[in-house]
Design a protein around this ligand. Sequence first.
Ligand code: 3HC
Length: 282
Amino acid sequence: MNRIGVIGGGTMGAGIAEVCAKAGSDVLVLETKQEFADAASARIAKSISRGVAKGKISQEDADAAIARVKVTLDISEFGDRELVIEAAPEVEAIKHDIFAKLDAVVKPEAILATNTSSIPIIKIAAATSYPERVVGVHFFNPVPVMPLVEIISALSTAPETAEAVTDYAKNVLGKTTVQAGDRSGFIVNALLIPYLCQAIRMYDSGYASAEDIDAAMKGGCGYPMGPLTLCDTVGLDICLAAAESLYAEFAEPHFAPPALLRRMVDAGRLGRKSGRGFYDYS
Ligand code: 3HC
């Protein structure tokens, strides 16, 4: 697989496009508006160029990787893609619509993957006429740094589909892979989201300050980031969507989104990307 499509040029989509392009793949990114397309191109080029300043990649290789990425507004251009990785907003209806459109455009042998963080893969696969070629390929933020990719097979996923994307993630992108069943949250978010929600509840109860909760988990457990800083980094809207999806799936109290998380999303305090979350980034 060398012709890769990425749906969405936001934080995750841009990161996925970057790692694919740096690995030598030809990458086509879909965006919905010209201003988003321009922002996605700039985000990808800036991130790749940052590696030059750090001596991680030569100027020549960075230029070549940037040149391998094209951003388009036209989904019909995805007809020649061998693997498409969707990284659109975490809204089931949006993903359904995208997969139905992709299904009509790509060749029957093309693989359609979703980077959903918590929506069951089968629900997305159901929007296509070849659900055996639909698979979950879940990257972590920041994509260029985090080594893991979760591969999620739905009940309908063909073993060859999972094998092909595992091979691409491991042998082309150089990522570590794990295989997970099609349960909301897969492995990482099923464990991570209750921990993040619990940190929010602790902060909301006034039991400890945000700074102390974060310092405690960094210093006491060796985590690279405290939980509230991690919420701000991942995006509070993403944390909320993941908690809602997990709670809908398992109906267990520890997955229930804390009220404060909902209010912060209502207030537009989405974390780093909006300039304010548990901390102020303005
Ligand atoms: N893009 C590219 N590179 C980045 C980056 C980004 N956004 N952020 C940091 N880096 C690089 C830095 O350039 C640096 O590289 P260098 O060592 O070669 O100089 C390296 O990462 C370390 O960065 P820093 O020294 O600036 O800072 P840290 O040591 O604190 O590391 C971190 C930053 C790697 C983000 C680290 O704090 C970390 O691992 N945090 C936890 C992240 C995490 O848990 N991610 C998973 C979130 S859950 C998820 O994504 C699933 C979703 O579905 C919800």
